[in-house]
Design a protein around this ligand. Structure first.
Ligand code: GLC
Length: 568
């Protein structure tokens, strides 16, 4: 039913969440790095876009080897970003604008600079067991259970870390290995230890007491490791996904943290690589009291070959359509979807899946419109709303990202691979594509700061693509996003309606249908550079990315990347 203002219960069902990666958002103090005051300064711009919540990537004290996903103090703000007072100001201004704030929670691992880890390096410390230490494979006791495998290395197992190299680093003073699924500077916490878990829950409560409205939980489905780490066989993250005690930990966290605030409704979203719809529904089924939603990764792997993200291949559109539809179907009535095409770890969707040259606006909005027509809570990553594109990289020295640099080193410097073969994958897929500064205006450095050189280069296309120009142009990508987000307030069908994918096999057309109490909403897009013949259904055009869409409809042709939402 169309209501004047539709507000769902819980609030996050009909909200759009906007992700801020603070290093690259806005540099208020002009030191070349974005900061909390920068978010404070642009909060009203986010309110104008109509979003319901901000997810703030980590701002805690960190040596920044993984740009804040390596935390050295969970209770303080890194001086690069400002202070706790600045964070309080951000919470206040967002709340005054009706926007919630969810923080990033990184508790699969800490930084190796965290005092817990430093203590843990001492085998006699009470915190020894807070991390995952193991002796050499050749020295492990029979009840640790190393089988007589093929592999002859002396690490406990042969897992590889997500950022290249083994999952284990040798610690000479204590003659043992510690585990890190990411870089050696990101040692994994041992969730088996009940004291550690209570310490984390107490820290989460402190943030909720401060006024934050929930958490995005970094690689949360990796926290429960297999019982026997000496098991044989290759692997890495995949061996730690949804481990034996994961659901138990999530239920405990719900009781120990969120249940302490019966009058507040939080948002919890878990980042869960390798999630299947079954695992996602176990995790998000409200009756099981774990998380509200999870980020799945299947659709992010459809354009890579051999499971290696740096080996991109063209997307076959029906795969994407079918994947997103399957998640809607399978979570229907069982859980809730988090919908996204981009974040700080993914290249820019308009470059990856659209046409960032001739059809920048049309393809950016077609992708946005089709994603937001699915059932779930959409997430918009900073810059997506103006169609920011991948950066035109020229040399490996321009990159900052640990994953990119380590991969290059492993393939080219250590592995002797031909650099010209490795380079195209780096350019297309590096996480730094998402991390170049937000283009605010046609000013030096894209208006990201005033005079300081930003920590990553600004995309040189900022004079054509920037927030300031787009916010005053009704036909811009920014205004399209604003209209699209605003429709959620009035059209309950977007939140509650059933979901159906039409013409699933078509390689150019994307058509989804939502239905709710006799209403129908069709979201249709021509996802190609060529015109597409289609007789559109009758009804009111709610959203379109060509200004004359309503008049043009009678021609029976969708122009390149044309998208419309039709309601009846
Ligand atoms: C998550 C984050 C990513 C980070 C990694 C390790 O995938 O999104 O940025 O590098 O976890 O914390």
């Amino acid at each position: 039913m169309k209501k004047d203002v539709y507000v769902s219960d819980p609030w996050w069902k009909n909200s759009v969440v906007y992700q801020v990666y603070p290093r690259s958002f806005f540099d208020f103090n002009d030191d070349g790095v974005g900061d909390l005051k920068g978010l404070w300064a642009h909060a009203s711009r986010l309110a104008a876009l109509g979003i319901g919540a901000v997810w703030l990537s980590p701002v805690y004290v960190s040596p920044m080897r993984d740009n804040g996903y390596d935390i050295a103090n969970y209770d303080a703000i890194d001086p690069t970003f400002g202070s706790l007072d600045d964070l309080d100001d951000v919470i206040d201004i967002l709340h005054s604008l009706g926007i919630r704030l969810i923080m990033d929670l990184v508790v699969n691992h800490t930084s190796s600079d965290h005092p817990w880890f430093k203590e843990s390096c001492d085998p006699d410390s009470p915190k020894r067991d807070w991390y995952i230490w193991r002796s050499r494979r050749s020295e492990c006791t029979p009840n640790e259970g190393a089988g007589p495998g093929e592999w002859r290395g002396d690490e406990p197992n042969q897992w590889r870390s997500a950022f290249s190299g083994p999952t284990w680093t040798w610690h000479e003073p204590s003659q043992s290995y510690y585990m890190h699924l990411f870089s050696p500077e990101q040692p994994d916490l041992n969730w088996e230890n009940p004291e550690l878990r209570q310490e984390i829950y107490a820290m989460m409560r402190r943030w909720l007491d401060r006024g934050v409205d929930g958490f995005r939980m970094d690689v949360i489905n990796l926290i429960s490791k297999p019982e026997n780490l000496y098991e044989d066989g290759p692997g890495g993250l995949d061996r730690a996904m949804f481990g034996p005690r994961f659901h138990e930990y999530m239920q405990e966290m719900r009781r120990e943290v969120f249940d302490a605030y019966p009058d507040r409704t939080f948002l919890t979203v878990g980042e869960t690589p390798g999630a299947t719809p079954d695992q996602a529904s176990l995790t998000t089924d409200p009756t099981r009291r774990e998380l509200d939603m999870v980020f799945q990764f299947e659709h992010m792997g459809l354009d890579s070959a051999d499971g290696d993200k740096f080996h991109p291949k063209p997307l076959h559109l029906p795969d994407m359509k079918e994947n997103l539809a399957r998640w809607c179907r399978e979570l229907e009535g069982r859980g809730w979807n988090a919908l996204y095409l981009s974040n700080h770890d993914q290249p820019r969707p308009v470059s990856r899946f659209g046409n960032d040259r001739e059809y920048r606006h049309q393809s950016a909005t077609a992708w946005g419109a089709m994603l937001h027509a699915h059932k779930g809570t959409p997430f918009v990553y900073q810059g997506e709303e103006i169609g920011m594109a991948n950066f035109p990289w020229e040399s490996i020295d321009q990159f900052n990202d640990v994953e990119t640099i380590n991969y290059w080193r492993e393939c080219v410097e250590l592995g002797g691979q031909d650099p010209t073969q490795v380079w195209p994958g780096i350019v297309a897929m590096s996480r730094d594509n998402a991390r170049t500064p937000v283009q605010w205006a046609d000013l030096p450095h894209g208006g990201f700061g005033s005079s300081a050189t930003p920590w990553l280069p600004v995309n040189p296309d900022y004079s054509q693509v920037n927030v300031s120009d787009q916010a005053s142009d009704p036909n811009s990508t920014w205004c399209f996003y604003q209209t699209m987000i605003g429709l959620r307030d009035s059209y309950e069908i977007l939140t509650e309606g059933s979901f159906e994918l039409l013409q699933a096999e078509d390689e150019h057309l994307w058509w989804v249908r939502r239905e709710w109490h006799g209403e129908i909403l069709d979201a249709v897009a021509n996802m190609s550079d060529e015109p597409y013949e289609l007789a559109l259904p009758e009804g009111e055009v709610l959203l379109a990315n060509y200004p004359d869409a309503a008049e043009h409809r009678s021609t029976g042709v969708l122009r390149p990347w044309e998208t419309v939402w039709i309601w009846r």
